[in-house]
Design a protein around this ligand. Sequence first.
Ligand code: PLP
Length: 393
Amino acid sequence: MSDNASVYLDNHATTRIDPDVFESMIPWFTDSYGNAGSGTHVMGTSARDAVESARRRVADTVGATAREIVFTSGATESVNLAIAGVVSRQPSGQCVVPVTEHVAVLDVVDQLERNGLSVCRVPVAAKDTETPGALDLNLLDEMIGAGTSLVSVMFANNEIGTVHPISAIADIVHSHGALLHVDCAQAIGNCSIDVTTSGADLASFSAHKCHGPKGVGALYVRRQQRIVRINPQVFGGGQERGLRSGTLNVPGIVGMGHACELASKRLDESIEQMTTLRAKLWDLLVDTIPGIQLNGPLLDRGVRLPNNLNVLIPGIDGSTLLAELSRTGVAASAGSACSSEQPRPSHVLLALGLSEEEVRQSIRFGLSRMTTSQEIQSASERLQAAIQSLGSA
Ligand SMILES: Cc1ncc(COP(=O)(O)O)c(C=O)c1O
């Protein structure tokens, strides 16, 4: 890599499309552009076959069966379909969510609350505890009531990487007769996922977080052991067994299938590589930046996403630092990409008990399986130089 090559460390926001994934999508834009709903000609039936093959690949990656996968436009839509789809069957019920969920979850429950849903928001462990961002499962158990129809918990947090114990949470949720939705947007390619054995009833996925295309995702809706019923939120042609109408995004779906398959084939190797490089980045930062602090859980396997590092650099304004880093070709972020257009202090870091000033001094790095050791070295050097230039400005 050349000295001034750009370094992309914002992989929680989105990932680079894998060149093989991109290749696999091209024919579905160019020669084979049929509508997967057209059953009267080969262009249509071959598109339908490609969609069904992608459905099997996505299902295999997450431990589901193909008929449990509904294609959507991304995790935001999947989350909305899951939550509104359950709640609309029982509008006066209650929904339980941790306060550190992604806005895709928090905003839809806020909206449903305005229409009469009762919402219970669960706090998480603070910054000075063993696992910041973790749920107290006894408290969760207490907060789920007789009227609770749905609990929604993310598999792993997109800002601080806390991984939640989904099987244990599912047991608690089911003991109250409620359903569990798991937002897995950050998990594919970074964690081993098995929706069936973990007990999730619904789970949301996004292709662009695992080297697939943007604008395509999936919702898992359990049909094995028990059938989970949701109401559709988009109406029209009745595609996706009536759960999500609209002409299918065939190239995107093919790309998602391919991206999921690659993610699962390379999972062990990717976790190993990202864990090593993340440790290298942290070690380099600790050695060179006085007072730097880790936001979120320790960098242990299974407790934190292997690709996540969120740090607090005392005395340095995060957004000024990110702008300086960007000028030198390093892409990092302050937190969720969805909130960077309307800067608000991170609700996740605030929930851990950081002050607004500490939140402003925090930045997030997200690695991917494509991140190299040289990139980590170079990013840490540019970060150090950026901090020095800001300090002397
Ligand atoms: C945890 C989580 N949920 C949901 C989403 C939304 O995903 P999408 O961009 O596919 O709509 C994101 C995106 O950052 C995320 O990190």
